[in-house]
Design a protein around this ligand. Structure first.
Ligand code: C2E
Ligand code: MG
Ligand code: MG
Ligand code: MG
Length: 286
């Protein structure tokens, strides 16, 4: 029957839609069932202290193991899920799963400072984020201080007043709050001060030009300076070369994340990294 439906859908849209729109439609249909079928997984990317080389945290990044299309990255389906609202349910699953995994690593003695989870704008505005966070923390028994939530400037700017209240509520619970892709959104520096933030993530776009591009130098150094003055943690994203890492470390950026230090990997791979982690083993360091 599904096959029948598939065929008539195809005939209907054959001429009217281009291939991309058709793929979109197919994806959207299978996305509706992906949660029930357990097709999502979280991969974890290490966040490393630039001074010691130690893995101090991880960022959870969703993947969709599609039965026909293989492993899909969030760019393929998160925008879709944002449009049709499925992101709220998917986001709840991400929170639960990340907290559960964080607790399991804690119980295994693989001390991490935090496990970071990305929140989408729609999830942030959904009205039940606090309940979802509370439930995930309660079910998992993960200490709130180990959960870091990443939001973007544009998510905040979509509703600045409401965001202030929500962030305050999250802060009261002891959750760590981080601005993702910092420098690419439209928040003014002044507005930063109104939000109870703990951490800024320097967007990969600025890290890419290091160590040579003077504009990228100026921007990253400014972000690091702001973070320090405001007593925020700062994490550089997308670190791919030893030169970038050395530059960031010398510029006073505490934490780094990127392919150089570890790709996003399934939980069991990250776990084995954590089990044999030794400080002082930064790639490119002697
Ligand atoms: P993000 O939160 O800024 O995550 C960083 C992205 O950069 C990840 O892509 C990561 O794999 C990639 N990355 C890390 N290091 C490097 C590097 O050295 N070089 C390059 N070129 N890329 C690097 P990914 O996993 O494809 O995720 C893309 C975006 O999708 C994320 O950007 C985030 O905005 C969103 N996303 C991922 N997981 C979730 C989720 O569970 N919920 C929501 N709402 N969004 C998610
Ligand atoms: Mg992120
Ligand atoms: Mg980012
Ligand atoms: Mg990004």
């Amino acid at each position: 029957q599904a096959k029948e439906r598939g065929r008539s859908t195809y005939q209907f849209f054959d001429k009217a839609m281009n291939a991309q729109a058709f793929e979109h439609l197919l994806l959207e249909n299978s996305l509706r069932h992906a949660l029930d079928r357990g097709e999502f997984e979280l991969h974890y990317q290490p966040q490393v202290a630039t001074q010691s080389g130690e893995i101090v945290g991880v960022e959870a990044l969703i993947r969709w193991r599609h039965p026909e299309l293989g492993l899909l990255s969030p760019a393929k389906f998160i925008p879709l899920a944002e449009q049709n609202g499925l992101i709220v349910a998917i986001g709840s699953w991400v929170l639960e799963e990340a907290c559960r995994q964080g607790r399991a690593w804690l119980d295994a003695g693989l001390g991490l400072q935090h496990i970071a989870v990305n929140l989408s704008a729609r999830q942030f505005a959904s009205g039940d984020l606090l309940d979802t966070v509370d439930a995930a923390l309660l079910d998992s028994q993960l200490p709130a201080a180990m959960l870091e939530l990443e939001i973007t400037e544009s998510t905040i700017m979509q509703n600045p007043q409401e965001a202030a209240v929500l962030l305050q509520r999250l802060r009261e619970r002891g959750v760590v709050l981080s601005i993702d892709d910092f420098g690419t959104g439209h928040s003014s520096l002044v507005s930063l001060k109104q939000y109870p933030l703990d951490s800024l993530k320097i967007d990969r776009g600025f890290v890419q030009g290091l160590p040579n591009d003077e504009d990228d130098q100026a921007i990253t150094e400014t972000i690091i300076a702001i973070a320090r003055k405001m007593r925020l943690k700062v994490v550089a994203e997308g670190v791919e070369t030893p030169e970038q890492l050395a530059y960031l470390r010398d510029a006073g950026c505490e934490l780094a994340q990127g392919y150089l230090l570890g790709r996003p990997q399934p939980a069991y791979v990250l776990q084995s990294l954590l089990q044999r982690r030794e400080p002082g083993q930064l790639p490119g360091a002697n």
